[in-house]
Design a protein around this ligand. Structure first.
Ligand code: PXP
Length: 237
């Protein structure tokens, strides 16, 4: 059965809107686990725009399923990851000005640095995943760079506007998953998945983990808003 990794970054985004204490992503992780989530995923960004170092350290102490850290291959973040030791790291490209991760990692172009980082992680017993587009050369490079997993970037599939484009993007993902499995890689997928587009992705060969964030946190606003208003009203009246 495919495992669900819930990315809780955007719980922290709401907290950072006020630079206060709530909502606490550490508390969110516990709720996700109680609901059956298999993995808790966070992205510690260079600019700490949502999840911060305190969150990561507490999550390492409190998450009882699997903690997956999305991160850029920079000396600062690699050092933090090696110190905190999440069960898994997913290497992603990162640009300061982007709203969210844009495109997959260029593993081929950064083979030396990524291989060196992967070697350190593997030595520390941390699983290594690379977030890549379903491109055959990037898949081969991921294998060369010591990957346990690849996370296939579903963003182009998720944002495809017309049916033919959706089908074309899905075909690339299906082919990528097959190629990855052939290369001995374990297969994850994620980015932009929601309640309407997730099911076709389940057809990916050997798919182990889906990492989904924004759509789950967005839905939580609406599945919880009614109750939150009623609770405030019960205090007032
Ligand atoms: N996987 C990776 C590698 C990501 O960078 C992100 C976004 O942080 C996700 C999955 C989750 O994407 P979304 O929030 O669109 O579900």
């Amino acid at each position: 059965m495919v495992k669900l990794g819930v990315n809780i970054d955007h719980v922290a985004t709401v907290r950072e809107a006020r630079k206060g204490r709530e909502p606490d992503p550490v508390w969110a992780a516990a709720v996700c686990e109680l609901a059956g989530a298999d993995i808790i995923t966070v992205h510690l960004r260079e600019d700490r725009r949502h999840v911060n170092d305190r969150d990561l350290r507490l999550l390492k102490e409190t998450v009882s399923t699997k903690l997956n850290l999305e991160m850029a291959d920079t000396p600062e973040i690699v050092a933090i990851a090696l110190e905190v030791r999440p069960e898994q790291v997913t290497l992603v490209p990162e640009k300061r000005e982007e709203v969210t991760t844009e495109g997959g990692l260029d593993v081929r172009g950064n083979l030396k640095s990524l291989s060196a980082a992967a070697g350190k992680f593997r030595e520390a017993g941390i699983l290594v995943s690379y977030f890549i587009d379903p491109d055959f050369d990037q898949l081969a490079a991921a294998r060369d760079a010591g990957a346990d997993f690849v996370e296939l970037h579903t963003g182009s599939y998720a944002t495809a506007a017309v049916e033919a484009e959706v089908e074309a993007e899905l075909s690339k993902l299906l082919a990528g998953a097959e190629k990855g499995a052939e290369l001995g890689l374990r297969i994850n997928a994620g980015h932009g998945l929601n309640y309407l587009n997730v099911r076709p992705v389940l057809a990916l060969a050997g798919l182990e983990e889906l990492h989904i964030g924004h759509s789950i946190v967005s839905r939580a606003v609406f599945s919880g808003l009614d109750r939150a208003v009623r609770e405030m009203l019960s205090l007032l009246h």
